[in-house]
Design a protein around this ligand. Structure first.
Ligand SMILES: C[S@@+](CC[C@H](N)C(=O)[O-])C[C@H]1O[C@@H](n2cnc3c(N)ncnc32)[C@H](O)[C@@H]1O
Length: 340
């Protein structure tokens, strides 16, 4: 009898363990390991007493962080490596801590019910946290929770917005309104690239309250206005260029159509909408990160990720004539739709 040759088990073994690596990083960030080490190298006992945790358990976590490439251990003193100082420390200008804390506190438990989300086709807020309220009403009850969330969006946004605004020549536009623009990273990137552009961030009043500091830090206080409002209920502020970054993927198709209709009606002829989202490949078999994002949208929103053709169909239905997509290579891609 011929012996069958088994395929390599490595992809399966890797994924059995992948969540452990994520959770180890989430826990170290959440416990404040990297924030503490940013003050200087330290030994296990001092770290354990400062963090008020069990020393033996902390040693395993710290050594795991060494093996994950975040820490160094030299002469029994742990210290941050540059990647940790840049992205895993709260006070770093490039921090990704906000998104990590949001992933740890919300996405990780929500993903725990992925099978039920697939069975029922709906998000898991009620099952996980006992409330039916959508994400923006429920999860961000406090200013701190909102700040952590927008800080998380900001980290990825800062990486993505410069290539998104550079994807098309936007120099003919005079006023950009970033709808649901949160910390204004897209508006700031656009102002940096197009010197005569003025911009506004239009977002919920509760979000506007916590984002002012980001706009001030970006140095465009005089060119970026903050306008509180609800994009489903209120009229949109006037603009010849609107943008929606990671907004369309949050909502049901019906709500997307409502919002796109409103954007279209608000634009003058020749005005445009810039969409920043991850684009799925046309055959929907990649990129992996975008497919994982689409599953994440399943457990936490009404929305999903789409292909360029799917976005184009929605935009054409709203009235837009000329639609172009661009893969930036950054976490978010770009689509420009012009009103004919
Ligand atoms: C996923 S975040 C994206 C933020 C930002 N565009 C970015 O890419 O970083 C969604 C944003 O939409 C805002 N938002 C949600 N519902 C809204 C509504 N009805 N009207 C205005 N803004 C809303 C939230 O406050 C949040 O800032």
């Amino acid at each position: 009898m011929q012996k069958s040759i088994l395929p390599e088990p490595a992809p399966v073994v890797d994924l059995i363990e992948a969540f452990r690596r994520s959770k180890a990083m989430f826990a170290a960030v959440s416990l404040g390991v990297f924030d503490l080490l940013e003050q200087g190298p330290n030994d296990l006992q001092t770290l354990a007493s400062s963090l008020e945790v069990n020393a033996d358990a902390l040693e395993r976590l710290l050594d795991s962080c060494v093996s994950l490439g975040f820490l160094k251990n030299a002469q029994a003193r742990y210290s941050n490596l540059p990647v940790a100082s840049s992205y895993l420390v709260r006070s770093s200008p490039n921090t990704l801590v906000g998104y990590i804390l949001y992933s740890n506190a919300a996405l990780y438990p929500l993903w725990g019910h992925l099978e039920d989300a697939v069975r029922e086709g709906t998000h898991r807020w009620k099952q996980t946290f006992g409330t039916d309220q959508p994400i923006y009403d429920h999860f961000f009850k406090t200013d701190q929770a909102r700040r952590d969330f927008v800080l998380g969006m900001h980290g990825f946004g800062q990486i993505s917005s410069p290539p998104v605004v550079a994807a098309f020549d936007l120099s003919r536009f005079k006023r950009l309104v970033d709808v649901g623009g949160a910390t204004g990273h897209l508006a700031a990137a656009a102002c940096a690239r197009y010197p005569s552009l003025r911009a506004a961030v239009f977002d919920l009043p509760v979000t506007i309250k916590v984002v002012r500091e980001f706009i001030e830090r970006a140095g465009f206080k005089d060119r970026i206005e903050l306008i509180p409002g609800d994009f489903f209920r209120d009229p949109l502020p006037e603009a010849d260029l609107y943008s929606v970054g990671r907004i369309l993927h949050d909502w049901s198709e019906q709500k997307i159509r409502r919002l796109l209709g409103k954007v279209y009606d608000g634009l003058p002829r020749g005005g445009a909408l810039l969409v920043a989202e991850r684009l799925l490949d046309e055959d929907k078999t990649g990129p992996v990160a975008s497919l994982m994002q689409s599953l994440s949208m399943l457990v936490c929103t009404e929305g999903k990720e789409r292909t360029l053709s799917e976005y184009s169909a929605l935009l054409k239905d709203a009235g837009f004539a000329e639609i172009q997509g661009y893969r930036t290579g950054a976490p978010l891609d770009a689509v420009l739709a012009v009103k004919g």
